[in-house]
Ligand binder design. Sequence first.
Ligand SMILES: [Fe+2]
Length: 293
Amino acid sequence: MRLRSVELEMPDRAAAAAFLQNPWGLLDAGTRGNTTWLRATADQAYAIAVTEAPAKAVSSITFEGRKAEVEAVFARVQKSKLKHGQWIAAFDEPGRGAGFCVSGPEGEPYRFVVEQDKTAALPADRARPLHLSHVALNSGDREAATRMMVDVFGFRLSDRTRIMNFVRCDNTHHCIAYADNDNFSLNHIAFEMVDTDAVMRGMGRLKDAACPTAWGPGRHGPGNNVFSYFVAPFGACIEYTSEVQRVTDDYKVGAPEDWKWPPGRGDHWGIAARDNEKLIASSKAFPYRPPAA
Ligand SMILES: [Fe+2]
C-alpha cells in the first residue's frame, strides 16, 4: 500500500493548477469537467487533483495498493463502525481502477484504489516532486484516528510526540500525521523531492515567485526529514521534503520523551524562521468534505 494522491476543491482551480505546475513543479495529467489532475515523476497516475467548487475542501486522501491489499482493507472497513461507501468498480480519473471511500472518526475522507492503468515513472528531476510524501491532518483525538489506521487500515504507528502521531502504510516513516488541534481539517500536504539540494532550489524558485518559505529550512525529529513549508496562493500549506527516513518492521515506536528539544528549538538544525500566523490560517483553510456514501 502507498499514499497516492490528495483531492482538493476550491473556487479558483485554474490558478491553483497553474501554480502547482510552475513554480511548484508538478506536471499536467489532464483536465476533464471541473477537475485538473497533476502528477509528479513517480509511477503514479497523479499526486493532486483540484476541482472547481464554491468552497475550499479536502474531498479525499487516496491510498493505492494491490487488489488483495485493498480488498482486505475493504473487508475490515465493512466490519467496522466507520462510514463508508460501496465498492466502486471504475473510478473515472487518471489511472482509473476500483476501490472505495471511507470516512475516519472526525470525518477525514479516505479512499483506497487499485489502479487499473500503469503509469510509467518519468526521469527524476530536481525541479519536480517525486511523489506525494505525507498528508498531515488536524485532529481532536489523534489516538482514535491512529487506532482506526492500525486496526482497520492495517497501517503502523511510527512515532508519537507531545502534539502529533505519525503513521505509515509502507516503509516510509509516515504517510499520515495527526496534529492536535481545535479544528478537523487539512494541516499540510508534503511532496518528496529528489534530495536536499532540490528542496533548497525549490525554496529559491518559490521565493522568486513571491511565495517565500513560511517555515524552514529544517530537519524534523520524527522521520528525520528535511522540510520547507509554504502557503500556496490557494490557501493550503504545502511542503517540500527530502531524506524521509525509511524504516523496517522492527522500528521502535517513539514516545513524546524521545522527541524533546532544548528551549527555543523545534527541529535538528535550529535555523528555521517561522511565520506562525500565516501557517495557522492555512491550516484551517481546507475542511473535510466527506465522500457521498
Ligand atoms: Fe510535514
